[in-house]
Design a protein around this ligand. Structure first.
Ligand SMILES: [Cu+2]
Length: 453
């Protein structure tokens, strides 16, 4: 089992954080005292006490459908009102916390699973420098507070209702308009020995996954522990509801459109992870074992996703006609750096100010059918980090390893956006790259282009 009973999903928009489950109560005092110096949690050793070779390993088996009924995963915001459930849940957590550390069901041991797989404790086969990474990314966010689904380290200053509307529009973009190809939603393949290969996260991972980790992390700790840092995130019980919700959104996305399919690359399907089950046996689980929730004998409670309605589609902030006139005047604008795609040169440009780039489109005036089936993709080549989770530890796996600032591609689906801006007939578009937040920046942009559909 990957996690101690993944028990619930939670709907993002009504995620007026249920700290009631959360060890973050511990941090409340600190959060209220901004004069306290920032500090990190103690260094963490998260490898399991026994080596893999010291324990017998069994292969994961699907539960027997004749004996195992389908379990229902319910949203955290509804479960928070169910006192019996909360009592049961608290009891389960406290039992896990009282188990000795050498019992793999111990709470800290479970939370360290995230630490081992995400901070580079394992090397990938045939590669010394390539880290296994399940994924990449609290200020005074005391409850009740509506989450900022696009948090980048700065308060947006919106009221609850405005923030909810913002989140609905963001989720429409992340789940629908910018997620029309599997590689846009999931991120592209990330393979050993292929540096420079597209490896930026997909829409789901970037936001809400990374942004919510960051929003829930503590701004009083150097590495935004606990939820904001990879090694410590799973020490907070809210981690499990957050991830269950991400699993739920993945499932919702798959059902939105027949083109929304999981990757079929055997490298991905056969990637192995090791978890202890409820009987403390060590189980080898492959990604292919975790993809079909019916085979796993669970389902998510149906909830309304406010972003999935067509009227959630964001409207342009400026009417397209006026925007076009503004663009004509762009040459007289001195706010930021104006470039064309060929101006980046061999060394790229540091993103320390707004960079506006005019990018040529390979094709214009596409038919409805082409727009529907051939997504236009804007590619930004960069080195550095956008909203990624912090590791919280410096990872060097072997003595002679060199830290490499890996080149990445950020891919954005823009067909629907161009339609909204009435710009499908335009031969070029202007893209503004805006440095934002306190995300460990240091981004250099190597180039920007539109991938021909
Ligand atoms: Cu996560």
């Amino acid at each position: 089992m990957k996690e101690p009973k993944k028990w619930a999903c939670s709907a993002l928009l009504v995620f007026t954080v249920v700290f009631l489950f959360s060890s973050s109560l511990l941090f409340m005092k600190e959060k209220n005292d901004p004069n306290q110096p920032r500090r990190s949690l103690k260094p963490s050793h998260c490898c399991p006490p026994k080596r893999l070779s010291e324990e017998p390993i069994i292969d994961f088996q699907f539960p027997d459908p004749s004996t195992q009924p389908i379990r229902l995963r319910r949203p955290a915001h509804i479960l928070g009102e169910d006192r019996d459930f909360v009592a049961k849940y608290n009891k389960a957590i406290s039992i896990m916390k009282t188990l000795p550390y050498d019992d793999p069901r111990n709470f800290m041991r479970q939370s360290n699973i995230h630490c081992t797989f995400c901070t580079g404790a394992y090397n990938q086969q045939h590669s010394n420098t390539f880290m296994m990474n399940v994924h990449m990314s609290w200020i005074s966010h005391l409850p009740p507070k509506v989450v900022d689904g696009n948090y980048k380290g700065k308060e947006r200053g919106l009221g609850s209702e405005e923030q909810k509307a913002y989140n609905v529009a963001l989720m429409y973009t992340q789940m629908i308009s910018a997620a029309k190809k599997p590689e846009l939603f999931m991120g592209c393949p990330f393979k050993a020995g292929r540096f420079g290969y597209c490896n930026a996260g997909g829409t789901l991972e970037t936001a809400p996954h990374n942004t919510l980790h960051y929003w829930m992390g503590s701004n009083l700790r150097n590495e935004w522990e606990d939820m904001g840092s990879l090694y410590s995130a799973a020490r907070d019980p809210i981690f499990y509801s957050h991830h269950s919700n991400i699993d739920r959104l993945w499932e919702v996305w798959r059902k939105l459109n027949s083109k929304n399919i999981n990757p079929e690359d055997p490298d991905w399907l056969d990637t192995e992870f090791f978890f202890h089950n409820e009987k403390s046996q060590l189980v080898r689980v492959k990604i292919r074992d975790a993809l079909d929730i019916t085979e796993l004998r669970y389902t998510f409670e149906e909830v309304v996703n406010p972003w999935s309605h067509i009227n959630a589609r964001p409207k342009p902030s400026v009417p397209p006609l006026i925007a076009k006139q503004m663009l004509k005047m762009r040459n007289h604008d001195n706010g930021g750096l104006l470039l064309t795609a060929s101006d980046f040169g061999r060394l790229g440009r540091i993103l320390d100010t707004i960079i506006r780039v005019q990018v040529q489109r390979p094709r214009t005036n596409r038919t409805k059918n082409e727009i529907e089936y051939e997504e236009e993709v804007l590619v930004v080549e960069f080195a550095g980090t956008f909203v990624n989770m912090r590791r919280g530890v410096k990872v060097m796996m072997n003595k002679d390893d060199v830290a490499v600032d890996m080149k990445r591609n950020l891919k954005l689906g823009i067909s629907e956006l161009l339609e909204d801006l009435e710009a499908d007939g335009d031969e070029s578009i202007w893209v503004s790259l805006v440095p934002q937040g306190d995300t460990g920046v240091n981004i250099s942009i190597d180039g920007i282009r539109i991938e021909p559909p």
